[in-house]
Design a protein around this ligand. Sequence first.
Ligand SMILES: Cc1cc2nc3c(=O)[nH]c(=O)nc-3n(C[C@H](O)[C@H](O)[C@H](O)COP(=O)(O)O)c2cc1C
Ligand SMILES: [Fe+2]
Ligand SMILES: [Fe+2]
Length: 402
Amino acid sequence: MPAIEVKPGVFWIGVNDRTTDLFEGIWPISREGVSYNAYVINGEKKALIDLAKDFKADELLSQIAQIADPAHLDYIIINHMEPDHTGVLRTLRRVAPQAEILAAKKALDMLAHYYHITEGVRAVADREILSLGGGHTLQFHMTPFVHWPETMMTYDVESRILFSCDAFGGYGSLQGAIFDDQCNRPDFYEQEALRYYVNIVSLFPKPVLRAIDKLQGLDIDIIAPSHGLIWRERPEHIVNLYAKWASYAEEPADPGVTLLYGTMYGLTELMVEAVAEGVASAGLPVEIFDVRHTHASYVLPYLYTRRGVLVGAPTYEGGLFPPMMDMLHMAEHKRIQNRRAAYFGSYGWSGGARRDFTAIAEALKWTFDDVWEFKGAPSPQLLREGVSFGRRFAGAVLADRA
Ligand SMILES: Cc1cc2nc3c(=O)[nH]c(=O)nc-3n(C[C@H](O)[C@H](O)[C@H](O)COP(=O)(O)O)c2cc1C
Ligand SMILES: [Fe+2]
Ligand SMILES: [Fe+2]
């Protein structure tokens, strides 16, 4: 895509990534893609804010060249060192060896170790001002752990644009439209921002809230992240969403149930249908995921936002069905705590899934009353009990909110 002017003298540049299957080597984006947004400020001095993954460097350089000769850049501002935003740095250094790299103090050691760059680098301080001339003054705001310890944001004082890097970003390559008001798929980008938030940022809710708090003093017209849409019409919308999502780490999540299940021969699955019927009959939304086929990336947003978790899986070699263990371990890694949970599943002779479920649910501080192992295939009578089990669980989830 050609460079796009965001405000006079401020340009979006960036590349869409539709070929990487796993973001950070973990999170699937084959269908959704992702964008690496960067920005050029064309003041008397020329600054580049954020870069891109080591990928499509030539496209990025041509975009810069549409605005200014890349060889004459004055500053390269690194808001965040993760290689999805810095991968092309060495290439850029060769093209613009005189451009000074500006970053947070903590980034300097990383620059040395990731890219072996130690010269022409300067640490900027919190709230430090850099005048570019030509109506552009930049101010740096340290926002550690949104996403890494060295992360900062850059604010263009005159244009009132906040370059927020990972914060307020999302998966989803750009489909021609880069601004929220031009985009005709707002639901897609909102869902992908949530998936991105839960996959990438959710372990750091306090730093996110601290950063949002710190930004309150700024007069912001536009939020320009380094992934996904630029929020020009409703900058407050994405900030409010991030604040809401960060608050889920402490407060009970939305009423609603995530039903995770796995099965070897379909016997536990028969009960899944009965339990789901019970939950739905109580008027609670229930989202069902087969953990054998669904990547945690897609499950986590539901686990993260909903209060109820139902786990249906059989006993396997004396323990809980391993694909379910994997999913629950990911929930543990992402500290999805303080949920209301219940377990059900089929076994053949000894059972044993109960013990694993109980141990991990306790580790996660999940509240649970029902842990229900049944032998073999559920009878019609047992399925009726499954409906009651689901209804009872939904009642408990609703009561938690009351
Ligand atoms: C590989 C394998 C290992 C199993 N290990 C156990 C076990 O250790 N203890 C037990 O009670 N049942 C065990 N079972 C029996 C299953 O738990 C039982 O068949 C159950 O009905 C499977 O439910 P599903 O069709 O939902 O997978 C095992 C079954 C398989 C195929
Ligand atoms: Fe990051
Ligand atoms: Fe990123």
